[in-house]
Ligand binder design. Structure first.
Ligand code: IMP
Ligand code: MG
Length: 183
C-alpha cells in the first residue's frame, strides 16, 4: 500500500454496513422469488460494478434462475455518465421469451439503464425488470425507475461492495462515501 492509498482510505466514511446489505439482500431475494414463482428469471448482471451484489442476491433466491453478464463501458463526463455506452461484452445466451432481470450496482442519472432497455427489448424478451443495490433518485436525468431497490442514497459518490473509483475499493465489504469526489 502506498502513502496515497492510505490517504485515500482516510477519506472513506461508511454509509451502509455489511450486515445491513446482507439483510436487505435477503429481503430482495425473497421478494423476487415470490414475484417470479413458477418462472425462471434470467439475471443479467451489468459489469463491472454489479457482480458482488449479484453473487449475494442469487444465493438468496428460492427459485431457479439463469445468469448472464453484459459488459458495458460508460463514457464519463467527470464522474457522471454521459449516456454514451459501449458494449464490451455481449450476452452469451438469447433472451428471446425470457423474463430478464437486470442487476445493477447503482441507478444514478438513469442514462445507462435507458440505453440498456433499448438494447435488451430489441431481442424480444418476455419481460425486463431492474434490480439495483443503490438508487440516487435525486440525480435522475432520464425518468427511469428500478423495480427493486436495495437502498436509496443521497447525492454522494460511493465505493465498495463492487463499486469502484478508478478500479479501487471494489473489495470493501460495505458501501462507503468517498469524500472529496463530486458525484
Ligand atoms: P447512470 O447512467 O448515471 O445511471 O450511471 C450508472 C453507472 O454509473 C453505475 O452503473 C455505476 O457504474 C456508475 N456510478 C454512478 N454513481 C456512482 C457512484 O457513486 N460510485 C460508483 N459508480 C457510480
Ligand atoms: Mg455500473
Amino acid at each position: 500500500m502506498t502513502m496515497s492509498d492510505i490517504f485515500s482510505e482516510l477519506k472513506l466514511e461508511v454509509l451502509i454496513e455489511a450486515p445491513q446489505i446482507a439483510s436487505r439482500t435477503r429481503e430482495l431475494g425473497e421478494q423476487i422469488s415470490n414475484d417470479y414463482r413458477g418462472r425462471t428469471p434470467h439475471l443479467v448482471g451489468v459489469l463491472m460494478g454489479a457482480w458482488v451484489f449479484m453473487a449475494d442476491l442469487i444465493r438468496n433466491l428460492s427459485i431457479e434462475a439463469t445468469v448472464d453478464f453484459l459488459g458495458i463501458q460508460s463514457y464519463l463526463a467527470g464522474t457522471t455518465s454521459s449516456g454514451e455506452v459501449k458494449i464490451t461484452k455481449d450476452l452469451d445466451a438469447s433472451i428471446a421469451g425470457r423474463d430478464v432481470l437486470v442487476v445493477e450496482d447503482i441507478l444514478d442519472t438513469g442514462r445507462t439503464y435507458r440505453y440498456l432497455q433499448g438494447v435488451l427489448s430489441a431481442h424480444q424478451p418476455n419481460s425486463v425488470k431492474l434490480v439495483v443495490l443503490l438508487d440516487k433518485t435525486a440525480r435522475r436525468v432520464v425518468p427511469v425507475q428500478a423495480d427493486y431497490v436495495g437502498f436509496q442514497i443521497p447525492n454522494v459518490f460511493v465505493v465498495g461492495y463492487g463499486l469502484d473509483y478508478n478500479q479501487k475499493f471494489r473489495r470493501l465489504p460495505d458501501v462507503r462515501h468517498l469524500r472529496n469526489v463530486a458525484p
